[in-house]
Design a protein around this ligand. Structure first.
Ligand code: TXA
Ligand code: MG
Length: 314
């Protein structure tokens, strides 16, 4: 990544403009987190309802105290264990944190991304960057610069850091009534969260505080047909594509297939495969779900939400 491009991105952020940048999970659509009118542009460009809070990206853990009020010791232990990395901690916000960023909530979602370009940008900018995934609201998150361009148009300044490595969004954790709560499955498996911080209550099916928790989200254009491993995959033909762990797929596959060698690869290629299926004229994508261990929980979650029918528009 050229230093000049990072400087240009930083300059745009300072001027209240938006830039897209890579993280280890997915590409983000960034704005200066202290500039409410810049943050409002994010909602407009994404077509996202204004009450959905954004994640604030920090250059390092030491910036946590500038945004959060006395985080629970378990959250601090998680920051120590997993930052930089695919973990977002929802903490009580300090009074100065703009409500535009938190969607009016008294809490703020914070994370330190683990990507050299994101880190360089955060350091050059010298502040915090509020950024949701750089896709139109409800759509598949982008894992390449080209996918961002396809989603949000040619005028947006995009730092191209290649394909993201984790491929699914960050895990979101908070503390409510002294309980550690999982708000979204993501790049840090919940088993690892428990190893560090103890019992976690799963509230991923709960109220839609997080837009990624809406029933319909992360959706491609083609129809998704979900199957469990071992279920019969009927009517496989070239009108359909198929995706799953290699060990769960039949020997006889349609021309368009996405066969994953491992759970890590499944997460990494999940969104780009849905986009690739959309770019063909297949009518449906048949997906064999992974089991609920490790990254499998996040992959299943995204696929189930992606296959939920769009709500009827009035
Ligand atoms: O991996 C990621 O988290 C990516 C990269 C770009 O960092 N970002 C991402 O942002 O997935 P977004 O906006 O698509 O999803 C962020 C989720 C939303 O569902 C939002 O509602 C939730 O985080 N969130 C943010 N602040 C919150 C808060 N204070 N309370 C509850 N949920 C919050
Ligand atoms: Mg998103």
């Amino acid at each position: 990544m050229s230093r000049d491009l990072v400087r240009e991105a930083s300059r745009l952020l300072t001027q209240g403009e938006l830039v897209a940048f890579p993280t280890e999970t997915v590409y983000g659509l960034g704005a200066d987190a202290t500039n409410s009118s810049a943050v409002e542009k994010v909602f407009t460009l994404k077509g996202r309802p204004a009450h959905h809070p954004l994640i604030v990206h920090l250059p390092g853990s030491s910036a946590l105290s500038e945004w959060a009020q006395a985080p629970d010791p378990r959250l601090l232990a998680l920051a120590d264990a997993f930052w930089p990395g695919p973990l977002t901690l929802v903490c009580s916000k300090l009074p100065g944190v703009p409500l535009a960023v938190t969607g009016g909530l008294p809490t703020v979602g914070l994370r330190v991304p683990d990507h050299p370009v994101a880190t360089e940008l955060l350091i050059e900018f010298g502040g915090a960057i509020a950024a949701p995934s750089a896709n139109r609201f409800g759509r598949v998150s982008p894992t390449t610069a080209q996918a961002v361009r396809d989603e949000l148009g040619v005028d947006l300044f995009i730092l191209d850091g290649g394909a993201t490595t984790v491929g699914v969004e960050s895990t979101i954790i908070t503390v409510e009534d002294a309980e550690l709560v999982l708000l979204r499955h993501g790049g840090v498996p919940v088993e690892k969260i428990s190893e560090v911080a103890g019992v976690v209550r799963d509230d991923t099916a709960g109220t839609a505080r997080a837009s990624g928790m809406l029933e319909h989200h992360y959706s491609p254009e083609c129809r998704l047909v979900l199957k469990e491993a071992g279920e019969q995959l009927e009517f496989i033909s070239n009108e359909m594509a198929v995706m799953g762990l290699a060990s769960d797929l039949p020997a006889d596959m349609p021309d368009i297939h996405f066969s994953m060698g491992s759970m890590d690869e499944y997460a990494q290629r999940l969104y780009s495969s849905m986009r690739a299926a959309d770019a063909t004229d297949v009518e449906a994508l048949i997906v064999v779900l992974p089991d609920r261990t490790g990254l499998g929980s996040a992959i299943r979650d995204r696929l189930i939400r992606a296959s939920t029918p769009r709500p009827q528009t009035l």
